[in-house]
Design a protein. Structure first.
Length: 527
């Protein structure tokens, strides 16, 4: 007969969940919002899969002794550190890892290492519910779009069609197909990798075979997505736009995914025929993870008793609850961090700089709602020769989770622009200051633009978001402020124009622009 959960155990579990809900409320809201995106809808099934895999281990867990351990404090303590790093630095991915580490620490302290090791796979599988950082996501989307486009063009040519690619646009002569983010193949890639992990877990074979099953999900996903793109090009001749939208578009996506899964199952059958069977055939061997319908052979060890105290309220677990309680209380004051106002609003920014005259532009409301800016500057400056430089400055007086400044490297690829030849260069402005900025060529089809961009964080000029998040965390503690700005200058390149000409324009404009900008951003020391 299975023993009922004790009242103290239930109370301790509820207390852990209550403290976690206070600490990670905004994180959970953001996570559920991500799950609604088509690329992450598979995440809704992961908790069910994890629960099943743990339930499958019930027989083994019942026979294993529960040994409390202080070793679980270490992952829990690391989880608390990551919680504050994510909270102060404004990074949700770190927050997700923090919650997972706290859960691992609580299980380790309460159940002991042997029980935790028995459910190690489902515990680790819970990590796949975490969406990747946007910088990684956007870069991966861009690369997959280009790979799928190249493969689609090759398959179309093999079918006898005239096709060539320009960026992520496929020209068929009679029409053009644009491979957008939704067709990048991510909706196949992530679920296929997870299915590959599950298939490898249940597959009884050599380690290299298990690794091959998981890794093969990547080329299979890219290949089948290329086939899908090519099929749209072939059918477009007969069906017109209906081949690339509506029911047929959605159905073809589902059909291609099922083909991908079929390829992986066929691969599984083929690997079973290669090489010798594992020792003992299908019999359970010592050290193997038991499967459904099997009862593990585990020596019976008397369960530990600690003077009648309930298992969940072990001293180690109480320490974790105290750490969480302290963090849950302290995090309530985070919203009171100082909002640092600009020295002057951008509405007063000069309309001309040297020989450059500016024409102000406005961002659409949809972008303003997403960026959550305190103030911004968007101006097209034009010189006497008719050359243009687009100037964009986005300022935030307070950065927190989900409300940090975006990088062009993560945003522009989503709009079809590709950053080529990125590098860091040193510039000197008209005030005698020197700073390092990002330089890259932006390409979208036949269009080309040269861009400089950098981040201003108090007295620092930074070149990537990881630095921004690090100094946000440091300055949040030492200065009680997290204000910052993104600065981006773009010089369009006319057809056939050399990059060096745009380089000279940007450097000339920068020497005028940067000293003027410094008079508007907040001073280093707050009054």
């Amino acid at each position: 007969m299975r023993k009922a959960v004790s009242l103290p155990t239930l109370f301790g579990s509820l207390l852990f969940l209550a403290l976690a809900s206070i600490m990670y409320q905004s994180t959970a809201d953001y996570l559920l919002g991500k799950w609604e995106m088509p690329d992450y809808t598979y995440s809704y099934f992961i908790p069910l899969v994890v629960a099943y895999l743990v339930w499958e281990k019930c027989s083994e867990l019942a026979l294993l002794p529960a040994r409390r351990s202080w070793n679980g404090i270490w992952p829990a303590f690391l989880g608390i550190l990551l919680f504050w790093a994510g909270e102060l630095g404004g990074e949700y991915t770190i927050m997700y890892c923090s919650l997972w580490l706290l859960g691992v620490g609580a299980l380790w302290c309460s159940l002991g290492w042997r029980k935790l090791r028995a459910i190690a796979f489902p515990v680790c599988l819970a990590l796949v519910m975490i969406p990747p950082p946007m910088v990684f996501y956007n870069d991966l989307t861009l690369r997959l779009k280009l790979l799928s486009s190249q493969l689609g063009v090759l398959l179309l040519q093999l079918c006898g069609l005239t096709a060539y690619r320009e960026g992520n646009v496929i020209d068929l002569g009679f029409t053009k197909l644009q491979v957008v983010d939704a067709c990048s193949g991510l909706r196949y890639l992530f679920p296929l990798i997870i299915l590959g992990i599950l298939l490898a877990y249940f597959f009884r074979g050599a380690l290299w075979k298990k690794l091959l099953i998981v890794l093969s999900a990547i080329p299979i996903s890219i290949f089948t997505n290329g086939v899908r793109i090519a099929s749209v090009g072939v059918l477009y001749q007969f069906m017109g736009p209906a081949a690339a939208e509506g029911f047929f578009h959605d159905f073809s996506g589902w059909f291609i995914f099922m083909i991908s899964l079929g390829i992986m199952v066929a691969e599984l059958a083929l690997l079973k025929r290669i090489g010798p069977e594992p020792a003992g055939g299908d019999k359970q061997t010592e050290g193997d993870s038991p499967r459904s319908g099997t009862v593990p052979v585990v020596p019976r060890v008397p369960l530990l008793r600690d003077s009648g105290r309930p298992l969940l309220l072990a001293p180690q677990f109480l320490v974790i609850l105290l750490l969480m309680g302290g963090s849950a209380s302290a995090v309530q004051g985070i919203s009171e961090r100082h909002r640092t106002a600009m020295a002057r609003p951008f509405s007063a920014f000069p309309g001309s700089l040297g020989g450059w005259s500016g024409q102000r532009q406005a961002l659409e409301q949809i972008y303003l709602d997403d960026l959550n800016l305190s103030d911004y500057l968007l101006v097209d400056f034009r010189n006497g020769r008719g050359e243009t430089i687009n100037c964009y400055v986005a300022f935030s007086d307070f950065q927190s989770k989900g409300k940090t400044i975006h990088s062009p490297a993560s945003c522009l690829p989503g709009t079809g622009w590709e950053l080529k030849d990125p590098e860091k260069i040193a510039l000197s402005d008209g005030a005698g200051r020197s700073l390092v900025v990002n330089r890259a060529v932006m390409a979208k089809g036949s269009q080309r633009q040269l861009t400089y961009y950098w981040f201003v964080q108090r007295d620092r000029t930074l070149t990537d978001l990881y630095q921004v998040k690090l100094f946000n965390m440091v300055d949040s503690v030492t200065l009680n402020r997290t204000d910052g700005a993104l600065v981006r200058l773009i010089a369009p390149l006319s057809e056939g124009e050399a990059t060096s000409a745009a380089e000279a324009r940007l450097r000339e404009f920068f020497r005028l622009f940067n000293p003027a900008l410094s008079r508007f951003l907040p001073p280093v020391a707050r009054s």
